[in-house]
Design a protein around this ligand. Structure first.
Ligand code: AR6
Length: 170
C-alpha cells in the first residue's frame, strides 16, 4: 500500500530502508542535514563512498550504504539553490524527489525518509517547496502499491507546512 506521512525529528535516527540526504553536487560533507548524516553514518566511511561516486547533478540522485546509521542506505539528492523561481527550481526539486524514489525502487527499497530538501541552506521557500515535493511524490507513487514515504521534519513550523500541503490536520 502507498503511504505518506510526516514526523517531527532527526532523520539520522530513522530505521528505514533509506534516508535521503540533501546533498551538494560534489557530494561533500556540508552543513544542515548533510552534516548530521555524515556524522551519524561515520564521516570517513561516507566520505570515501561519496568520493568514489564523485558527483551528482542538481535534480539527480545517487545511493551509498548507510554505514553506521539505522537506515540501510543513504540516497543523496541535490536539490536546487533558490534564485527567486526563475531558474527552473520547481522542475529541479520535483526531479530530486522523483530520482530519489527511482533509485529506491531500482534497489527494491520500500520505506524512504526525506528531509525538507532545499529549504535550509539552499533557501527554497518552504511553502512552495512542500507543494512541489508533495505533488512529485504523489505522482511517482500513483502506480506503486508498496512504498512508504516519510518526511522527517526538524522543526514544527516546517512540519505544519508539509502537513498542510498533504491536506492533513496539523
Ligand atoms: N533531520 C531532519 N532534518 C534536518 C536535520 C536532521 N538531522 N538537520 C537539518 N534539517 P539543509 P538544503 C532540516 O540546509 O537547503 C548542505 O551543506 C533543516 O532544518 O540541510 O537542501 C549540503 O551539503 C531544513 O529544514 O539542506 C548542501 O550544500 C532541511 O533539513 C546544502 O546544505 C534542509 O536544510 C543543501 O541545502
Amino acid at each position: 500500500m502507498v503511504h505518506i506521512e510526516t514526523r517531527l525529528g532527526d532523520i539520522t535516527t530513522m530505521n528505514v530502508d533509506a534516508i535521503v540526504n540533501a546533498a551538494n553536487e560534489e557530494l561533500m560533507c556540508g552543513g544542515g542535514v548533510c552534516g548530521a548524516i555524515y556524522r551519524a553514518a561515520g564521516a570517513e566511511k561516507l566520505r570515501k563512498a561519496c568520493r568514489a561516486i564523485g558527483h551528482c547533478d542538481t535534480g539527480d540522485a545517487v545511493i551509498t550504504d548507510g554505514f553506521d546509521l539505522p537506515a540501510d542506505y543513504i540516497i543523496h539528492t541535490v536539490g536546487p539553490v533558490w534564485f527567486g523561481g526563475e531558474r527552473d527550481e520547481a522542475k529541479l526539486l520535483a526531479s530530486s524527489y522523483r530520482r530519489s524514489l527511482e533509485v529506491a525502487k531500482e534497489k527494491g527499497l520500500k520505506t524512504v525518509a526525506f528531509p525538507s530538501i532545499s529549504t535550509g541552506i539552499f533557501g527554497y521557500p518552504t511553502e512552495s517547496a512542500a507543494a512541489t515535493a508533495v505533488a512529485a511524490v504523489r505522482d511517482f507513487l500513483k502506480d506503486d502499491e508498496e512504498m512508504t514515504v516519510i518526511w522527517v521534519l526538524f522543526d514544527e513550523q516546517t512540519k505544519r507546512i508539509y502537513d498542510a500541503a498533504l491536506g492533513e490536520e496539523a
